[in-house]
Design a protein around this ligand. Structure first.
Ligand code: GLU
Length: 290
């Protein structure tokens, strides 16, 4: 599936709820960045964690994107269908001697102020189900974020790649898929900024060059303390108001939107915005929607 296309971006929602305004901003930002660079924009459904999924959410997300004119390139990739790839990567890491089973409970980890104080890396024994950890803790990763500038992120802990409940961890799947899909640019919400260092470490361990990362501002919920999210039940966007939603998301990103644009079809609005997208003009502040 590797492609030689110079810019490959993606939107990778988890189907734990329908698209809300914050996720629309991320989808729109990554779409416009890809389009304005003549790139491909892929859609990956991160359905890794069935207990956290909401029935029907994946279909609703895809419908909302289409209604808003956010058409992706090629077929949707479903993480639930890619377990073999994750297993192959784990086998490769195991062969490199970089994986070890972890039997530690959450309370043990908490009591010891973090996992890597428990000596689990060398112990390798315990009872009951175990998680799989990657030996990756160590120096910081330094990278340049498109909007947030130079980042220094220490990788403090050996990250879990497979959970005790048998589910693949987000960190594993996201990196394996970005490599397999040839993703060159990851534009996503700033809530994921802190996970980037460990992902970059995994890209390196797997012998690949990490993509360029850019983290978009977060839409904060009422009170301004928490981001809008599926977990705090942010309302679904109304697909009957696609043009209004797109204009509001553009304004949030820092565009000056003429009133008349709201009368246009989503495809026209997206074309208008693609022609005007300039990375340096994006409003970087996390804030509430007014
Ligand atoms: N699936 C993740 C989420 O919905 C996003 C993963 C990513 O963009 O790297 O929060």
């Amino acid at each position: 599936m590797k492609s030689t296309h110079p810019y490959i971006g993606r939107f990778a929602p988890s189907p734990s709820g329908p698209l809300h305004f914050g996720s629309l901003v991320c989808a729109l930002g990554s779409y416009l960045d890809a389009q304005s660079h003549g790139g491909h924009w892929l859609l990956r459904m991160e359905d890794l964690d069935p207990p956290r999924e909401e029935p029907g959410a994946a279909t609703r997300i895809l419908n909302s994107l289409e209604t808003h004119g956010l058409h992706w390139h090629g077929a949707v990739e479903w993480q639930s269908k890619r377990h073999r790839l994750y297993e192959e990567t784990l086998a490769q890491l195991r062969e490199q001697g970089l994986l070890y089973p972890c039997y530690c409970s959450r309370s043990q980890i908490r009591q010891n102020s973090g996992h890597d104080n428990l000596g689990c890396r060398v112990k390798h024994s315990g009872s009951g189900p175990s998680a799989l950890r990657l030996q990756c803790a160590g120096d910081e990763e330094v990278f340049e974020d498109i909007w947030r500038g130079e980042q220094h992120q220490p990788v403090r802990e050996d990250t879990i790649l497979k959970r005790r409940d048998g589910l693949y961890a987000y960190q594993l799947a996201v990196v394996v898929d970005d490599i397999a899909q040839g993703v060159t640019q990851v534009v996503r919400g700033a809530d994921l900024l802190d996970t980037t260092g460990v992902q970059i470490r995994l890209f390196h361990i797997l012998g690949t060059t990490p993509p360029v990362f850019g983290h978009l501002p977060l839409v904060m919920g009422p009170g301004g303390k928490q981001k809008l999210s599926k977990q705090n039940h942010a309302p679904a966007i109304d697909d009957n108001k696609a043009a209004d939603n797109l204009c509001a998301a553009l304004i949030f990103l820092g565009f000056h939107v003429p009133e008349t644009l709201r009368q246009e079809k989503p495809e026209h609005i997206l074309k208008w915005a693609t022609a005007r997208w300039q990375r340096h003009q994006i409003d970087k502040r996390d804030r509430q929607l007014h």
